[in-house]
Ligand binder design. Structure first.
Ligand code: PBG
Ligand code: ZN
Length: 328
C-alpha cells in the first residue's frame, strides 16, 4: 500500500493544522550597537540595515523595537577609549552602562540583555587580559564580574558572558548575588565556536584581535561532544539560559542541547550569517523574507526557543503580516 503523505499537505489550512514548529515575536532578541559620541547613526558596511547609534540617537532605534513588538534587546558598547585593562568595560559611566540606563528609562519593560566581554574595551582586542601573547583566564574573571555587576547596577535584566573564559559563570553569579542582584539572570554563551562568521560583527563593534586569534578560548568548530561539557559546566555554575553560537552551521549542537538539558536554549544567528543572506538577497538571488523565516524555523525545529538575530525587526513585521492573513 502506498503511504499517502501528501494528504496532509493538500492546502494551507491542512498544513497549518499539522505544523510542528511556530515562530513568534517573543522568540526574538534584537542586537544593538551603541557608540560613544554625538548625533551618530553609522551604517555598518558589511551588515546592511544595521547601524551604530550614539546614545542621543538611540531613542529612534528603541522606538522601532517597541513598535515591532519585540521584547528584548542585546547591547554592545563601543567605547572611545581602549586600554590593556579594559577599564571602559566596568566604568559605571561607560558607554554600555549609560545605554542600559537610557533604555530602562525610556522602556522599562523592554528586557535588556548586556553582553559581557572585554574585547570591545581592550587595546589588543582579546576577550581577556594578556601576558605577552597568552590570554589569561583567572586574571580576567574579576574584571568580567565587575563588568557584570556594573551593568546590573545600571539596570540590565540579563547578563550574557561571551568571553569563553573557564569559570566565568560561577564568578559572575557569585558577584551578582553578593551585590544584591540575586534576580539578575545569566544567559551564557556556552558553546561559542571560533568562527569565521563573526567578522562583520568585529567591524561593527571594533573588536577584532590585534594579534593571533580566539582559538585558545572559543571552541573548535569540529567538536560536538565538547560542547556538551561546556553547557554542563555553565549550568552547574548557575546559568539560567544557555546559548549556542553561531546558529545555522551548528544546529546539530542545538539539537543535542535540546535533547540533553531542560534549560531554555538560545541561538545566536550571527553577523556573518546575516551578511550572507543580505548579500544574496540584495542581488535578487534569493527571496530574503522566505530564507530568513526558513532559517529561523530550522533553528526552532532544532530545539532553540530564543533567537538572537539582526533580522529581528524585519522578521517581526513579516510575522505580523502572516497573522493578519490567517485572520482574514
Ligand atoms: C564578543 C562577541 C562577538 C560576538 C558576540 N559577542 C565576537 C567575537 O567573539 O569575536 C559575535 C556576534 C556576531 O558575529 O554577530 N566576544
Ligand atoms: Zn569578546
Amino acid at each position: 500500500m502506498i503511504k499517502r503523505m501528501r494528504r496532509l499537505r493538500v492546502n494551507e489550512e491542512m498544513r497549518s493544522l499539522v505544523r510542528e514548529t511556530y515562530l513568534q515575536k517573543s522568540d526574538l532578541v534584537y542586537p544593538i550597537f551603541v557608540i560613544e559620541g554625538e548625533n551618530i547613526k553609522n551604517p555598518v558596511d558589511s551588515m546592511p540595515g544595521i547601524y551604530q547609534y550614539s546614545i542621543d540617537r538611540l531613542g529612534e532605534e528603541i522606538d522601532r523595537v517597541l513598535e515591532s513588538g519585540i521584547g528584548a534587546v542585546l547591547l554592545f558598547g563601543i567605547p572611545a577609549h581602549k586600554d590593556e585593562m579594559a577599564t571602559g568595560a566596568y566604568d559605571k559611566d561607560g558607554i554600555t552602562q549609560r545605554a542600559v540606563r537610557f533604555i530602562k528609562e525610556r522602556a522599562p519593560k523592554l528586557l535588556v540583555i548586556a553582553d559581557v566581554c572585554l574585547c570591545e574595551y581592550t587595546s589588543h582586542g582579546h576577550c581577556g587580559l594578556i601576558c605577552g601573547e597568552e590570554i589569561l583566564n583567572d586574571e580576567t574573571l574579576p574584571l568580567l564580574a565587575k563588568m557584570a555587576v556594573s551593568l546590573a547596577d545600571a539596570g540590565a535584566d540579563i547578563i550574557a558572558p561571551s568571553d569563553m573564559m573557564d569559570g566565568r559563570v560561577a564568578f559572575i553569579r557569585e558577584a551578582l548575588d553578593a551585590s544584591g542582584h540575586g534576580s539578575t539572570m545569566i544567559m551564557a554563551y556556552s558553546a561559542k565556536f571560533a568562527s569565521g562568521y563573526y567578522s562583520p560583527f568585529r567591524d561593527a563593534a571594533h573588536s577584532a584581535p590585534q594579534f593571533g586569534d580566539r582559538k585558545t578560548y572559543q571552541m573548535d568548530p569540529a567538536n560536538r561532544r565538547e560542547a556538551i561539557r561546556e553547557w554542563q559546566a555553565d549550568i552547574e555554575e548557575g546559568a539560567d539560559i544557555i546559548m549556542i553560537k553561531p546558529a545555522l552551521a551548528y544546529l546539530d549542537v542545538v539539537r543535542e542541547a535540546a535533547d540533553r538539558t531542560d534549560y531554555p536554549i538560545a541561538v545566536y544567528n550571527v553577523s556573518g550569517e546575516y551578511a550572507m543572506v543580505k548579500a544574496a538577497a540584495g542581488r535578487g538571488w534569493i527571496d530574503e523574507k522566505r530564507i530568513v523565516m526558513e532559517n529561523m524555523t530550522a533553528m526552532k525545529r532544532a530545539g532553540a526557543k530564543i533567537i538572537i538575530t539582526y533580522h529581528a525587526l524585519d522578521a517581526a513585521a513579516w510575522m505580523e503580516e502572516a497573522d493578519k492573513k490567517t485572520v482574514e
